[in-house]
Design a protein around this ligand. Structure first.
Ligand code: KG4
Ligand code: ZN
Length: 359
């Protein structure tokens, strides 16, 4: 195995453009640069990501971010071993920008191009900071994804839970929009929730009595909409409804994570404490973190949270996935097409509504 590997990682699947240079030297991983340009200012006018605007914003800036990432990493193109770019899942326009940039660089520099599954990036992101052994359980909670996946080994993933409708971040964003709060909604809800009465409103907890690790959040959003329609939207009302929403989410996540940990133990058949990595933008929520920590004494598990900068979308996790693939010579052709839908677990069925499509 080559001793020192340096890879550029390009991320443009949603509303963050990011380019990073990561180095692996033996077992030591160093993030030499990780430049992230958020598009929040563009999308907040609309209360959600507008795909066409996202794609344009990625394309306006991608070349500058590549230059900045190399300068900050004090790295020349010559010192780069491969170019990795997120090729799915995500918004097609954005994916095309990153993938075309990556392929162009790879072709020009005569270096391998590596197409990365964005979810693999999230799955490995904890390894940018900690040397954690496989297997572990990933809880990914972001604006586009909500799933439990067993990371058995590199390139060996088993999804054991997912949402059958909205992603958790989407539920936070939609609730915040109904309550006329800013975008992104998660941090706003969290702030208001800390000041409100969580017992004032009763909200439904879809699928809570099912012993599986699947989620459903769309009924919760409808319940919030009904309450909003019947009340005056005062500051006190916003605080109390945000607190009730946050408390309901905490209970759902707690119960479903408990189910997922039990399922993990059945699949992995190990007596070791289960390591649960929580990644994605929603993992920034301190209230969810506190609530999950309480599960540690009940289920013999341990929660690990990557730093916020590696929880949200970033090029470093894509570069790291690129390094792992580079070391195994898993390269892609320059005709690789972006995949807007690309499950990490190839055998996972597509869940929509109450049952898996095709069942
Ligand atoms: O991972 P991320 O940055 O982007 C993707 O969706 O891929 O996640 C963004 C999501 C948004 O829905 C945002 O509202 C949510 O993460 N979020 C939070 C918090 N911070 C960000 N949700 C709850 N509490 C937070 N503190
Ligand atoms: Zn993401």
């Amino acid at each position: 195995m080559q001793k020192r590997v340096r890879v550029i990682g390009i991320e443009s699947s949603c509303d963050e453009t990011s380019v990073s240079v990561v180095q692996k030297n033996g077992n030591k991983i160093d993030v030499l640069s990780n430049i992230v340009k958020s598009q929040i200012e563009i999308h907040k006018l609309y209360g959600g990501v507008v795909p066409e605007l996202a794609a344009r914003a990625h394309s306006d800036i991608i070349d500058k971010l590549i230059s900045r990432a190399l300068i900050e990493a004090k790295t020349s193109f010559k010192q780069i071993d491969a170019i990795a770019a997120t090729a799915g899942p995500g918004l097609l326009g954005g994916l095309l920008v990153g993938v075309v940039a990556g392929k162009t660089l790879a072709h020009y520099l005569k270096k391998p191009f590596i197409a990365i599954n964005h979810l693999e990036g999230h799955a490995l992101s904890i390894r940018l900071e900690q040397d954690i052994n496989y297997p572990y359980l990933l809880l990914l909670v972001s604006g586009g994804h909500t799933e439990f996946t067993i990371i058995k080994n590199f390139n060996s993933y088993k999804r054991i839970g997912t949402t059958i409708d909205d992603a958790l971040g989407e539920a936070f964003d939609k609730t915040a929009r109904l309550l006329k709060m800013g975008y992104p909604g998660g941090p706003e809800i969290e702030k208001y929730a800390a000041l409100g009465d969580e017992n004032r409103f009763q909200l439904p907890m879809p699928l809570i009595h099912e012993s599986n690790a699947h989620f459903s959040f769309s009924g919760l959003k409808s319940a919030v909409a009904n309450i909003v329609a019947k009340n005056r939207c005062t500051e006190k009302f916003k605080k109390d409804l945000a607190a009730s929403f946050q408390a309901t989410i905490n209970k759902i996540i707690f119960t479903k994570t408990q189910n997922a940990v039990r399922e993990y133990k059945r699949v992995i058949k190990s007596k070791k404490t289960v390591k649960v990595v929580v990644a994605g933008g929603v993992a920034a929520n301190k209230s969810i973190r506190r609530s999950l920590k309480a599960l540690e004494s009940i289920e013999d598990c341990q929660f690990l949270f990557p730093s916020i900068k590696y929880c949200t979308d970033n090029g470093a996790m894509i570069a790291l996935a690129g390094i792992e693939r580079f070391e195994r010579k898993k390269f892609n052709n320059l005709n690789f097409k972006p995949r807007p839908r690309w499950p990490l677990d190839k055998n996972a069925v597509f869940m929509k509504g109450k049952r898996a499509v095709g069942e």
